[in-house]
Ligand binder design. Sequence first.
Ligand code: 13P
Length: 279
Amino acid sequence: MIVSSQILLKKAQEDHYAVGAFNTSDLEITKGIVAAAEEMNSPIILQTSEGEIKHAGMEIFFDSMKIFAEKSKAQINLNLDHGKSFEMCKWAVDNGYNSVMIDGSKMSLDENIELTKQVVDYAHERSVVVEGEIGLVPTPSKDENVRILKADPIECQKFIEKTGVDFLAVGIGNVHGENKGNPVLDFDRLKKIFQVVNIPLVLHGGSGISSEDIKKAISMGICKINVNTELRLAFAKALREILEDEDVIKPYDIMEPIDDVIKEVVRKKIEIFGSKNKI
Ligand code: 13P
C-alpha cells in the first residue's frame, strides 16, 4: 500500500530506525525491492532519479511502480530522488509521486533556498512532501573535481526555516557510488546538526558504509537512508554470470534470478536499518 514518507519517517524518528530508500530503473529491480519489503514486513521508499525515470519511460514506468506499491502488503512511498529543477519536481508532483527531493546542493545557500522554497510551495499545496539537501554529497565517478562540502548546522537551521522543507539530506563526508574504502562520516557534525534540527535527517550514499557507522548515524537522527550502487553492482554481477551460459536465451530465464539477488541486498539493508517488522 502507498503510505506517505511523512508518516513513515515520523514513526522511524520516534522509534529510532531508518527507512531504506532504494533506487529502481527497471521491473526486476522493483520486484526484488518490493518482495524484500514484504518478506521483512518493512516500510520502504521506492525511488527513481531523473536519469532512471527518463530511461525507464516517465509515465509508463511510474505507473508500473505505483501499481506495485498499491498492491503490496508493505508500506511504500514513491519518491523522486535528486530532482534538479522545479520543472522536474513539478512533473513528479503532478504525476503522483508522494515525495520529491530537490537537490540544490551545488548552488549557493541563497539559490538553494530559493529553488527549494519554490518546490515546497508547489508540492505542499498538493500534499506532497519535500526533501532538500545541504552540504554536497559528490559522485566521484561523475563529479570531476570531487569535493565533499559538509553541512553547516546553522545553515541547516536557516534552510529549514526559510524553505519549510520536510526532510533534510546532510553531507557529512558521505559520497555516492562505489566507495574505494570506507567514507569517513563526521559524527560530531551530525550530532551538532541533530541538536538544532527537528525534522527527519537523510543519509545519501548508503552503499559501502559499514553497518557499524550506519547504526551510529541512525542513533544520531538519520531516519532515511538512500541505497543505489549496491543494487546496481549486484544486478550487473548476476547478469554477467547468467549470460556466461550462452544457452540461456529466454528473457525470463535471464532476468528472473535477478529478483532474488536484489531481494537479498535489500533484505540485508532492512536488517541493518532496523525497519524489519515496523509495519
Ligand atoms: P549510493 O549509490 O552510494 O548507494 O547512493 C544512493 C543515493 O544516495 C541515491 O540518492
